[in-house]
Design a protein around this ligand. Structure first.
Ligand code: C2E
Ligand code: CA
Ligand code: CA
Length: 750
């Protein structure tokens, strides 16, 4: 193929520039433009021969123009790219409308054998358009003719895009870095376009939400949204937030999503910006469930701890049984009340249940606890909510009134409140209490003094007959001192033989003669007789009762030995305190005494109260059983005053029932109906026990009791207790008194 100079005019047209007169100074010539193009421009004929090249072609491929024109164009293409020309050519010719196909990428081959990546754009050039050969070369008419009918050529532009590839590589690297980053983050990321379409997600997003690639591939955003919403505890809040953010595309947000399955995500949202323009929104989700669980656990642990601390604190100041305050809290409150403003009334009401030990012993600890709880409840109800009610221990309670106008009224309410009977395990109980009241005053300003005074007053209330309240009076202190003195004196009395024994006759209702005498202790103190009620409780408290009891038994046996010996149907009755029975050798001691005195144990009666049977230890019963085996009889004293019932009698090792004087006192005229007495006596008989009535003071009482078939009678009507020396006349007087009774006895009487 010959090299020819293409016409300058044609060349300009080939480049799409308007034709301009050659040499015009107003605009560069077409040729100049062609030559100065930075892209390689070639014209290739239908047979693939190069017709024309520009300077850039020479530079790009390293051939001179002369070396190229007329050569096959494929010399400029790298292996694998050489067949493209024909395809393009025919495609362009087939579709005449397509002015130009989009550029294609191909590898060029330089003279030195090196390759480079280029972008190639082609378009057809009409026969009359295409320049010939070298722009500088004259047109070759012969070559033109040789081209024949198919003179259509293709204009080819080649642009070296190696630099762009470098930039693309950078972009790819950046993209891969970004992808790697997105995929390696623990956060789930979702990008939504400005139109609301899902523009991209990372894998973490899909796995966090459990969205399958298939679901995502459907491009059904509603389905994806529905899937998301189903998992949330509060889908409405989710939608609300999304809506709010789309209304304000530039806004950022952060909130928390709770899942139905217990997970928690943090949700961040920020606009996606391109050149400072919002084109979409980036959502990132972080699974904070473990952190939340840990936080929840910490919060729970803290709450538990606080609760426990509060509980411990409350327990430290609370009586566990009744839920009332305890001693410590009471003391604290009393001390601070006493430090309060001058002139504020401060009253301490100390109280103790009467005979609580019996409830515990007879009905059991459960009943005792129930009673304490109920008493606590009633106490609380008697005072204002802010008044302190505390249990000090056992059956001892205390109430602190601060600023009370009428503490006596409160004390009276408390005593009254216990009069309502209470039912425990089917048994009706009537608890009572003794209450001591002490108030702040000029000479009583400290807590311990106030408590001491309340205690003294409470003791006085007990001594005055229980079931009442007493306000502290200074004389009570003297009584207390006396009591302490008494305990000291009693010790001395026992040691120096001041304990004497008096005897009270007991008559057989059948025979009308004295068949028994009861030994009763007396304290002959400085010429006066101290009654047992005054010293027996003190003796029991101090334990001196053991020595006193032994002394009474010894003296009784000694002094009554001959009277007993005269008639084997005569008896000596001796009172025995529960304290004595606690001593394991009591039975041996009794039998040793009777033996040493030469008294038949079968003529001895031991009087015990029912409370001795209900202590924790069963050796009390064992001792009485052993004594009964030796012939000693046991009488149940003061029957009817305790909590025991007739029903329990048959279980006890008892021979005789002594009906308490309070029942006998119910007989006034002798005409009244007293079913309780009747049933007591007949029940005792039914159980094989004999019955003695105590405190018989009138003939009417004696006659009434005889009519009820009571076996024995004792009381001032016959004789008061007398010292051993005065017993003979007392015995005679008793028989005379009996003989004076009307003899209207029920037939069949024993
Ligand atoms: P108790 O065993 O119930 O003794 C009967 C008490 O009733 C005696 O009081 C007696 O004097 C009194 N009494 C007798 N007949 C009548 C009467 O018709 N009317 C009235 N109102 N009272 C009458 P005492 O001697 O003052 O004894 C009181 C309590 O002291 C005794 O009650 C007994 O529980 C206790 N006691 C007396 N001596 C001893 C003793 O040696 N040991 C023990 N442990 N306690 C004793
Ligand atoms: Ca007695
Ligand atoms: Ca009695």
């Amino acid at each position: 193929m010959a090299s020819r100079r293409p016409d300058a005019h044609h060349a300009a047209e080939f480049l799409g520039a308007p034709a301009s007169p050659a040499g015009s100074s107003a605009a560069p010539s077409s040729r100049a433009v062609l030559e100065s193009s930075p892209d390689a421009l070639l014209v290739v004929a239908a047979d693939g021969a190069i017709r024309m090249v520009n300077a850039a072609t020479e530079r790009m491929f390293g051939y001179s123009r002369a070396e190229l024109v007329g050569q096959d164009h494929r010399m400029l293409l790298a292996e694998g790219f050489r067949s493209g020309f024909q395809r393009l050519f025919f495609a362009l010719r087939r579709d005449a409308d397509a002015a130009a196909l989009p550029p294609v990428e191909a590898y060029g081959l330089r003279r030195d054998g090196s390759e480079f990546q280029g972008e190639i754009a082609c378009s057809l050039v009409a026969p009359e358009d295409h320049p010939e050969g070298h722009p500088d070369a004259p047109a070759d008419a012969a070559a033109d003719a040789a081209a024949g009918a198919d003179a259509v050529c293709m204009a080819v532009m080649v642009r070296d895009i190696s630099h762009r590839q470098a930039a693309d590589a950078g972009l790819r690297a950046a993209m891969s870095l970004l992808t790697a980053t997105l995929e390696s983050t623990a956060d789930g990321i979702l990008v939504v376009s400005g139109e609301g379409q899902i523009a991209g997600v990372n894998n973490q997003f899909l796995s966090m939400w459990g969205i399958s690639r298939e679901l995502l591939a459907t491009r059904d955003d509603d389905a994806v949204l529905g899937f998301v919403m189903d998992q949330l505890v509060d889908p409405a809040q989710f939608i609300e937030k999304v809506t709010a953010l789309y209304a304000d595309p530039a806004a950022e947000s952060h909130d928390v999503l709770d899942f139905r399955d217990g997970r928690t995500f943090e949700r961040y949202s920020r606009p996606q910006l391109v050149a400072e323009e919002v084109v979409g929104r980036v959502w990132s989700f972080r699974d904070v469930t473990p952190a939340r669980i840990a936080q929840d656990q910490i919060t729970q642990a803290m709450a538990d701890l606080a609760e426990q601390a509060a509980l411990l604190k409350s327990l430290a100041f609370q009586d566990p049984l009744t839920g009332l305050s305890n001693r410590q809290l009471f003391n604290d409150r009393l001390v601070s009340a006493l430090l309060g403003p001058r002139g504020t009334a401060v009253d301490v009401l100390l109280l103790d249940l009467d005979d609580f030990k019996e409830v515990n012993d007879i009905l059991g600890h459960h009943a005792g606890d129930q009673m304490l709880i109920e008493v606590g409840r009633r106490l609380r109800a008697c005072v204002r909510p802010h008044d302190v009610v505390a249990r000090l221990g056992g059956d001892e309670f205390v109430v602190l009134l601060v600023g009370s106008l009428d503490p006596e009224a409160a004390a009276a309410r408390i005593v009254e409140s216990l009069k309502v009977p209470l039912w425990i395990d089917g048994t009706m109980l009537r608890p009572s209490l003794s209450l001591g009241l002490a108030s702040i005053s000029e000479d009583a300003v400290d807590a311990s003094e106030l408590l001491r005074r309340a205690d003294v007053a409470m003791y006085a209330a007990k001594a005055a007959g229980k079931n009442r309240y007493l306000r502290f009076r200074p004389e009570m202190m003297t009584a207390l001192v006396r009591r302490t003195e008494m305990e000291a004196g009693l010790r001395l009395a026992v040691d120096s033989g001041q304990i004497a024994v008096y005897y009270q006759p007991i008559l057989s209702a059948e025979r009308g003669v004295v068949v028994k005498v009861e030994a009763l202790a007396r304290w002959e103190r400085d010429g006066e007789i101290v009654p047992p009620q005054q010293f027996i409780p003190a003796a029991e408290r101090s334990g001196l009762i053991v020595e006193i009891g032994t002394e009474v038994l010894l003296r009784g046996c000694t002094e009554m030995k001959s009277w007993l010996a005269e008639d084997s149907s005569r008896f000596l009755a001796v009172n025995v305190s529960g304290v004595q029975l606690q001593h394991g050798d009591f039975a041996e001691l009794v039998l040793a005494v009777t033996e040493s005195c030469g008294v038949d144990p079968r003529q001895l009666v031991l009087e015990v109260t029912e409370s001795v049977f209900f202590g924790d230890d069963c050796h009390v019963i064992r001792q009485l059983v052993a004594l009964r085996k030796a012939g000693v009889r046991v009488a149940l004293d003061d029957f009817g005053t305790g909590y025991s019932s007739l029903g329990r009698l048959q279980e006890l090792p008892v021979d005789t029932l002594k009906i308490d004087q309070s029942f006998v006192a119910m007989i006034h005229t002798g005409a009244e109906k007293l079913p309780i007495l009747t049933s007591m006596i007949s029940m005792a008989h039914g159980l094989g026990l004999t019955v003695t009535a105590e405190g018989v003071e009138t003939a009417a009482q004696a006659e009434y009791l005889i009519r009820l078939e009571c076996d024995s009678l004792q009381g001032f009507f016959f004789s008061a207790p007398e010292p051993g020396s005065g017993l003979e006349p007392a015995i005679s007087r008793s028989a005379e008194a009996f003989a004076s009774l009307r003899g209207d006895r029920v037939p069949g009487n024993r």
